[in-house]
Design a protein around this ligand. Structure first.
Ligand SMILES: *[C@@H]1O[C@H](CO)[C@@H](O)[C@H](O)[C@H]1NC(C)=O
Ligand SMILES: *[C@@H]1O[C@H](CO)[C@@H](O)[C@H](O)[C@H]1NC(C)=O
Ligand SMILES: *[C@@H]1O[C@H](CO)[C@@H](O)[C@H](O)[C@H]1NC(C)=O
Ligand SMILES: *[C@@H]1O[C@H](CO)[C@@H](O)[C@H](O)[C@H]1NC(C)=O
Length: 310
């Protein structure tokens, strides 16, 4: 845990270059705080505003474990993560959910007290929202000249078409998740996925080098797509961290990171729908607001679909 946090911090430092940015956003806690003061957020609600701004807070789910990227844990303190989790659990059980400002502020305090040394000045990667992802997808389809066949792309769940694979590759590059020379940007996927375990990096690296052998090098789109779906999507979805948490919301978020958030007119009546692709067979998964209904439990990869074009 600690090793890879440090690894993440180092790799973010080394990977931020102007020419690498595309649409990517980095913020420090200090910048997020300045932003929130401009919105006139009151003192007690400031931590909630700051963590919302860094996309680490959700009133339902609480604080994301990747909030840890703003901290330097003491490498000798192997219990810092567990202490932080215990602290967070104690707050969740004692503070009512409606009191979201207090919950957020106490959760932040858990990190400050238990996790490690905070660094408020160093900017960290801020993940995109689902709407921003959708926007990027449309932009990429337009850039590649596929705007007229959007529906075809959006229904190509299994990436059978080269066009879909190329739009995904464009999406991955534009959102800073992938580059040809460096492959998958694991530090950013880490933030997007809400964290994963140490072993994941090793598995993903092995998967990526296998694909570099397997996929003909001139087929750049297929390489990028298979890296996302095979090295991030499947491995992450079946990793033990997810099984431990059993958290369907995270699960979908994780998969969203490895796939593309897809918009589908056919589901115009529901607020959000998830489709699942599992070893070639497909099943519909309906996310029903707060109470999610999932079918086909052992599935590997989701594509989020939504109806915001209604
Ligand atoms: C942290 O907690 C988990 C689960 O309770 C436990 O398995 C693990 O050994 C703990 N880690 C440390 C370093 O104490
Ligand atoms: C935060 O990190 C930056 C860059 O590594 C460093 O220059 C600065 O001194 C750090 N600040 C604190 C309070 O650790
Ligand atoms: C918070 O998480 C819930 C459950 O996953 C989700 O439905 C909701 O949209 C999230 N809220 C925000 C503001 O992202
Ligand atoms: C959504 O939830 C409502 C109320 O719990 C239920 O009646 C409805 O059948 C659910 N819809 C789906 C598609 O699961």
């Amino acid at each position: 845990m600690i090793q890879f946090i440090i690894w993440v911090v180092l790799s973010i430092l080394t990977t931020v270059r102007a020419d690498d940015r595309h649409k990517i956003v980095y913020k420090s806690l200090q910048q997020a705080t300045n932003e929130c003061t401009q919105y006139n957020v009151q003192g007690g609600c400031l931590p909630r505003c700051v963590t919302l701004t860094t996309r680490d807070w959700n009133d339902t789910l609480g604080i994301s474990s990747v909030y840890s990227r703003f901290f330097h844990p003491d490498p000798n303190d192997i219990c810092s993560n567990n202490r932080t989790q215990r602290c967070l659990n104690s707050k969740i059980t004692t503070i009512p959910q409606q009191n979201s400002c207090l919950r957020a502020s106490e959760s932040v305090q858990c990190y400050l007290d238990q996790y490690g040394q905070v660094n408020t000045t160093i900017p960290q990667f801020i993940r995109f929202t689902i709407l921003q992802d959708a926007q990027l997808f449309y932009e990429c389809a337009a850039i590649l000249g596929y705007s007229h066949q959007l529906d075809t792309l959006l229904n190509d769940w299994e990436f059978k078409r080269q066009e879909t694979r190329c739009v995904l590759r464009c999406f991955m590059i534009r959102s800073g998740l992938y580059s040809e020379p460096k492959g998958l940007n694991m530090a950013r996927y880490y933030v997007l996925c809400g964290g994963y375990e140490d072993g994941f990096y090793q598995q993903a690296a092995e998967c990526a080098s296998r694909l570099r052998q397997e996929v003909p090098c001139e087929d750049k789109c297929t390489l990028a797509q298979r890296m996302a779906t095979e090295c991030i999507g499947v491995d992450y979805a079946t990793s033990s961290i997810m099984q431990n948490q059993g958290d369907s919301a995270n699960y979908v978020l994780a998969s969203r990171a490895s796939s593309v958030y897809m918009v589908n007119d056919q589901n115009a009546d529901s607020d959000a729908t998830y489709r699942v692709v599992n070893s070639g067979s497909t099943a519909n998964i309906v996310d029903n607001g707060s109470s999610s209904t999932y079918q086909g439990g052992n599935s590997n990869m989701f594509f989020r679909t939504s109806s915001n074009r209604r």
